[in-house]
Design a protein around this ligand. Structure first.
Ligand code: FEO
Length: 384
């Protein structure tokens, strides 16, 4: 597939893996992207996950059409992109590996010292002329590992963006970009908002026509649509004026309270309402829902003097990703000693700029008329 006259797509689609990075469900597959830039000098960018190296090398050979690559450019050393380096160098032993010093240290750690016969260490702001194309290297530490580099090709105005702007799903997954890009962003890069902001600042002066990420589709057209969303997400703002309700329930009573609140919110017509049953939904979808919406409601039963385990995991996922700047409401249930609200408030203490609602709904087993009144009060507060 041609991205431009000189840039060819040589990535692969993975429909075999059930959990990406050992935890994220990928029901519509996953793409590991790699590109070949054909010029006076030829550069291949990144490799793919280990199970797909043979298919990738075949794609590379087709794109090269009998020529030999001069460079293998490494943007990111996580194994979903770097597993094929040794195989590549067996096929093309004279190629020069282009990476920054941190990436070369990781190559030694992953593959042993001495794998790369020819090395070119790049600096932040460094360039590599290929002929008509010149690669401009921009370091993007912690988007998503410390060695990450993105590259701008000023001839075709292409940004090779590493993990940034990637999404779950194979390249032929028939779905809009935003939801799965959001689940990918908040799952994998969400903790590093400040670093993503720094990258956006660095690339803001560039005239970018095409983004070639390491996952998901190549992005073109209105590029600001993608960079604006990344700006919102990485500044911990909401892109949706809605309420995310996340609940856990043992016998259905806490669920009833959560669903009653959803109904009360919808009746007031105050934005979108999304409900997640944390025991059954994909946790990363719920995490993305919490970050993408302006308001969050946590509903949990008390369990072993704590919150229910799925709720504990969910709040940990939020706090370790720097969850902040949101309004949060709480529903708790506890048949003889409700403690869930206290525990959840405590777990959120490290999250900055959270505004807790005045109303907390406390169930002592099942939903009472007083609870129903409190749910209406909470709905009014959230809609206010
Ligand atoms: Fe797609 Fe951070 O690797």
């Amino acid at each position: 597939m041609d991205i431009t006259k000189d840039i060819k797509y040589v990535g692969v689609n993975d429909y075999k893996t059930d959990l990406f990075e050992g935890q994220y469900r990928i029901p519509r597959g996953m793409a590991y992207n790699s590109y070949v830039i054909i010029d006076e000098k030829i550069a291949v960018t990144d490799t793919v996950e280990a199970d797909f190296t043979r298919e990738w090398l075949s794609n590379v050979a087709s794109a090269l059409d009998g020529r030999k690559p001069d460079y293998l450019v490494i943007h990111h050393m996580e194994p979903d992109h770097s597993a094929g380096i040794a195989e590549f160098l067996r096929a093309y032993p004279d190629a020069t590996v282009v990476a920054n010093a941190k990436a070369f240290a990781m190559i030694d750690n992953f593959f042993g010292v001495g794998l790369c016969k020819n090395k070119l260490t790049v600096e932040n702001g460094g360039t590599l002329p290929l002929g008509r194309h010149t690669l401009n290297f921009i370091f993007a530490p912690m988007v998503h590992w410390p060695e990450v580099t993105v590259t701008y090709d000023d001839a075709d105005k292409v940004l090779f963006s590493a993990d940034a702007f990637g999404k779950f799903g194979a390249t032929d997954a028939d779905e809009p970009w935003t939801d799965e890009a959001g689940r990918y962003y908040f799952g994998i890069v969400g903790k590093y908002g400040a670093q993503v902001q720094a990258l956006l600042k660095k690339v803001s002066a560039l005239d970018i026509k095409i983004i070639c990420p390491l996952h998901g589709p190549v992005l073109s057209g209105d590029i600001s649509r993608y960079t604006s969303l990344y700006d919102v997400w990485s500044s911990y703002s909401a892109d949706t004026d809605g309420v995310c309700i996340a609940y856990t329930s043992v016998y259905g009573n806490t669920e009833k309270a959560a669903l009653s609140l959803a109904e009360a919110l919808r009746a007031r017509g105050c934005g979108s309402v999304t409900v997640y049953d944390l025991a059954r939904c994909d946790m990363s979808s719920a995490v993305a829902g919490a970050f993408r919406n302006k308001k969050l409601v946590l509903a949990s039963t008390t369990y072993n003097g704590d919150v229910f385990p799925f709720m504990r995991e969910f709040i940990c996922c939020l706090s370790e990703r720097g969850y902040k700047n949101r309004t949060v409401g709480i529903i708790e249930n506890g048949s003889w000693m409700p403690l869930a609200a206290k525990v959840m408030r405590g777990m959120l203490e490290g999250c900055k700029n959270l505004s807790l609602t005045e109303t907390t709904v406390t169930l002592l087993s099942s939903l009472t008329d007083k609870n129903k009144e409190d749910i209406e009060k909470l709905a009014s507060e959230l809609c206010g």
